[in-house]
Design a protein around this ligand. Structure first.
Ligand SMILES: [Zn+2]
Length: 593
């Protein structure tokens, strides 16, 4: 079942020799015309955070090797062996309808977020404002579970509806002037192809996300985000920061709100219930009901808890139909029952605040929350934070900046804060203020220091860069581009080790530079003088969230590791020891603030 033909992808895969040296990569779109023989332009591509467009190519690794490094990124070996049975996502799951909808839309683009275990594209499309606008965003995710047909059918329908609406309906067009709607119909393309719940490695992707992940869940994977499909969603989430979202499933008929791992009320629970109730009110499915996710049944590591916990996304799970595998006619009927609700959800009112650095006017990656709500994070590139649920009075803050009160629609200028009052700044390092990614993601940067050989580092598509162990001596370095221009606000933290409760720390051996947006506060301890901050989010070697500590659990807030931070105004990057004494910080704050 579910077999058909997708000429584009079939052609791409069948044309590729099954050679071990075959790779897929993205190249800058403007260079695609100049590619040497032997590299074929594949389908798919994306815009990075700086607005440059990248297109997928495939060919032998030796050919990719000779291209200028600035042209190429995200190289990846193509799995050897014969293509999987069926090769592509066929018409039976709506791929060509999805592609046609994107092609026909006035403002839309399909992108490849990554590849499944089986080598299949994980396809998404945005509608409305392009991602680089940083506009308030929503996302709709189908096909986490490949046997839940109604979920991806509904996502494909939504893509078609958005395409039509933007083309022909002024009211829709006006809403899409101020938002981006992302649709990911098949998060798990291998599972869709095989009509199975699990991905190509037998993992349940909706237990593989990184908030409250648990090894006790069935087929949760070897760890949070162990799977390429969930990693792709993590990348998208990091870029998009959706204000709200839907994860479409089937096997029951309800709409569930977070949390899913606990029945303890989520910070925004009353508003979440309201939004879920609105969805249910316009859904004509018989016996459809609203439930707290965990009250229905407890899960760990699902997409809702992750996006809400991580970005403040108001993401709901919709179970569209009691049956999972559906014939086309039944799938169409199910989608029809949900059309009004899906449509109203993605077109619901969204407010926004725009956050800037008061000194420079530069956009800040910031959060906004109601006094009792979850922090909702916005775009790093534009400082825009999307807010559903008519939030009213907000607290707005950013790492290293003073928190202020604001209202939806405000442009907020935040003032940087220094280290804890009464503690003199150490002479050789400063607290991190607002870490942002290194400009020019995908390019090469140079770390330089008087008396040392310059160190070239490649910055990955997400602004991160690994410096090999032992490459950088303690002291000041600057982050420069090839022309010597300095990038301010680079920062890093020791990737290894960052221990949770160590008595001693073995020291800095590797550094991650770049996009530590989640590193809320970090202070450096020169010669035993702890500087203190009030919250700490650490990142792992991949630049992703590893440890979140906050004032709610002060006894867990003692972390020590090695790291570095830059002086924002100059781009100087200081390498040394970092200690974070959060519990201590909190006590101190109570004493002195
Ligand atoms: Zn499901």
């Amino acid at each position: 079942m579910l077999r058909g033909a997708c000429p584009l992808l079939c052609a791409a895969l069948t044309a590729a020799p099954a050679a071990a040296a075959e790779e897929q990569a993205f190249v800058l779109r403007e260079t695609a015309a100049a590619l040497p023989n032997g590299l074929g332009v594949d389908h798919g591509g994306f815009a990075d955070e700086t607005g440059r467009r990248w297109v997928a190519v495939r060919g032998e690794a030796e050919i990719l090797d000779v291209l200028p490094v600035e042209w190429v990124r995200a190289r990846r070996a193509i799995p050897v062996g014969p293509p999987p049975d069926g090769v592509a996502l066929p018409e039976g799951v709506g791929r060509s309808r999805f592609d046609a909808a994107v092609a026909a839309a006035p403002r839309a683009e399909a992108v490849v977020l990554g590849w499944s275990h089986g080598g299949r594209d994980i396809v998404a499309a945005w509608f409305g404002q392009p991602p680089e606008a940083g506009a308030p965003s929503l996302w709709v995710l189908g096909g986490h579970h490949g046997d839940e047909v109604a979920g991806y059918e509904a996502a494909v329908w939504l893509a078609e509806r958005l395409s039509e609406g933007d083309a022909a309906e002024p009211s829709v067009r006006e809403l899409l002037d101020h938002r981006t709607v992302w649709v990911v119909p098949w998060v798990n393309p291998d599972g869709v192809m095989d009509a199975t719940r699990y991905n190509g490695a037998g993992v349940d992707l909706n237990r593989n996300y990184g908030v409250e992940w648990s090894s006790r869940e069935q087929r949760a994977g070897s760890g949070p985000f162990s799977e390429p499909e969930s990693q792709a969603m993590r990348r998208l989430g990091g870029l998009v920061r959706p204000a709200a979202g839907l994860a479409l499933h089937s096997g029951a008929v309800n709409v569930g709100y977070v949390w899913n791992h606990t029945e303890s009320p989520a910070p925004d629970a009353p508003s979440l219930v309201d939004l879920a109730t609105s969805y249910a009110a316009t859904c004509s499915t018989e016996d459809f009901y609203v439930t707290n996710g965990a009250a229905w049944y407890v899960t760990h590591g699902d997409s809702n808890d992750w996006s809400y916990g991580r970005f403040g996304t108001w993401e709901f799970t919709v179970e569209l139909s009691k049956r999972k595998l559906l014939e086309p006619e039944a799938a169409r009927q199910t989608v029809g029952e949900h059309e009004a609700s899906l449509w109203a959800f993605v077109l619901q009112p969204i407010d926004e605040v725009v956050v800037q650095d008061a000194l420079t006017g530069a956009p800040l990656e910031a959060w906004a929350r109601t006094p009792t709500g979850q922090a909702r994070w916005g775009s790093a590139a534009t400082g825009r934070i999307g807010l559903v649920g008519a939030p009213g009075v907000l607290e707005v803050g950013a790492p290293g900046y003073r928190t202020v009160e604001a209202r939806p629609g405000d442009v907020v200028a935040l003032e940087p804060v220094s280290v804890a009052p009464g503690v003199a700044d150490p002479p050789w390092v400063r607290p991190v203020r607002q870490p942002v990614h290194l400009p020019g993601a995908g390019a090469t940067r140079v770390l330089s220091r008087v008396g040392e050989e310059p160190v070239r580092v490649d910055v990955d598509p997400f602004g991160r860069s690994m410096v090999p162990a032992g490459r950088l001596a303690t002291g000041w370095w600057t982050v420069e581009d090839a022309t010597g221009a300095i990038f301010p606000r680079a920062m890093g933290v020791g990737a290894e080790p960052v221990d949770r409760w160590p008595a001693t720390s073995p020291g800095a051996r590797a550094f991650t530079l770049g996009v530590h947006r989640e590193l809320v506060e970090i202070a450096v301890e020169p010669e035993g003088t702890p500087l203190v901050r009030e919250a700490v989010w650490l990142v792992d070697a991949a630049g992703e969230q590893l440890l979140v500590a906050d004032a709610a659990a002060p006894e867990e807030l003692w972390a020590r590791g090695a790291g570095c931070a830059s002086i924002p105004q100059t781009g100087h990057l200081g390498l040394g020891w970092v200690s974070i004494f959060l519990g201590w910080a909190r006590r101190r704050r109570e004493e002195t603030w």
